[in-house]
Design a protein around this ligand. Structure first.
Ligand SMILES: Cc1cc2nc3c(=O)[nH]c(=O)nc-3n(C[C@H](O)[C@H](O)[C@H](O)COP(=O)(O)O)c2cc1C
Length: 329
């Protein structure tokens, strides 16, 4: 996720991953048009921890040469797979015929997939939406096309392009494509609790689940789901149980922020660290009872110390976390 899936966040989330569990790690979205011309050592969005594994970066693009060059760079960088973005709904993507625009032309979307498949031996996946409009016949052409072109798995965020991230995601679309495809389907959209995770798997039959925004507020969701599935606790939390009450989760959010702040300032310069910190709170705050105040307070932070004391002060009284924000949407 742009502005979120960076190294400091991945390191903070990893802390909550059950010891014997494995996940696929994304990067921030990378433009295949820019990547080949960038100085990789200076590219903060490509920062990766030496121990990081199972990285599947996501690229945006629609032309063979840039896609081929980007995949080569990413393979050397350590990618174990490549995801192609066919869901980005911003105006620029619509204008330049990449991101979700490709869903309007299933034949060309399959060609783009095929360009990536031919570029290397890494598995290629595609992440997309319910469509530009909700039209099941176009969706079938689209998914069958990318499957035939060699995609090894797909991820569906079932909102239309116009919905952006508003309204509710329509999980029936995940079930619909799961029935049509033989490659694995990852379901995505509005999974905020371990119960949502279970419900999505039961209702849609999806093979895996991708969690986005809720992980910024509740990174220990991986631990909570792990408990449910019988995994061991994360290494740093042996013998403990995942936070579960609203108070415990509020306390855990404080601890998580205090863990992530030094990582932001270690990996990025002060300007970028502050930008990332403020943006992080914009996405994660709705789960916290008085979280909106964090946005105003973060705007007044100009150093690592400021961020630290702001969080300490804000959480000096008990802060409770909501189970979901779905009722508020
Ligand atoms: C700030 C932000 C940036 C995002 N950037 C991307 C992106 O670069 N690529 C992508 O495929 N999805 C992106 N998404 C969408 C999420 O991956 C996900 O599909 C969507 O938020 C729905 O899932 P969720 O309800 O679990 O968050 C972004 C979402 C947010 C909030």
């Amino acid at each position: 996720m742009v502005g979120l899936s960076h190294l400091a966040f991945r390191e903070s989330v990893k802390r909550y991953l059950p010891e014997d569990a494995k996940v696929i790690w994304p990067t921030e979205m990378l433009s295949s048009f820019k990547l080949p011309n960038q100085k990789l050592n200076d590219a903060s969005f490509l920062l990766k921890g030496e121990y990081e594994e199972n990285m599947v970066p996501q690229i945006l693009g629609n032309e063979e040469e840039p896609i081929r060059k980007s995949i080569k760079i990413l393979k050397d960088w350590g990618a174990v797979g490549i995801d192609i973005n066919m869901g980005c709904p911003v105006k620029k993507a619509l204008k330049h015929n990449y991101g979700v625009s490709l869903m309007g032309d299933p034949g060309y979307a399959a060609e783009v997939t095929s360009m990536a498949v031919k570029a290397s031996d890494l598995p290629v996946s595609v992440k997309f939406r319910a469509g530009i409009q909700k039209d099941e016949s176009v969706l079938i052409d689209f998914v069958r096309g990318i499957e035939s072109a060699g995609a090894k798995w797909v991820t569906l965020h079932p909102r239309t392009s116009a919905q952006k991230r508003r309204g509710r995601s329509d999980w029936s679309q995940i079930e619909f494509i799961k029935q049509k495809l033989s490659i694995p389907v990852i379901g995505n959209g509005d999974v905020q609790t371990k119960d949502c995770f279970k419900k999505m798997r039961e209702e849609t039959g999806c093979d895996q689940v991708m969690i986005g925004r809720a992980l910024t507020a509740r990174p220990w969701l991986l631990w909570q789901i792990g408990e449910e599935l019988g995994f061991k606790p994360p290494k740093d939390f042996q013998g403990k149980e995942a936070p579960s009450t609203r108070q415990e989760e509020g306390e855990a959010f404080k601890e998580h922020l205090l863990f992530m702040i030094p990582l932001l300032f270690k990996h990025y310069d002060e300007v970028e660290a502050l930008k990332k910190f403020r943006f992080y709170l914009r996405i994660s705050h709705p789960w916290l009872e008085f979280g909106h105040q964090l946005i105003r307070l973060a705007a007044k932070c100009f150093s690592e110390e400021d961020c630290f004391s702001m969080v300490e002060n804000f959480f000096s009284g008990p802060q409770r976390m909501s189970k979901t924000t779905l009722g508020a949407q």
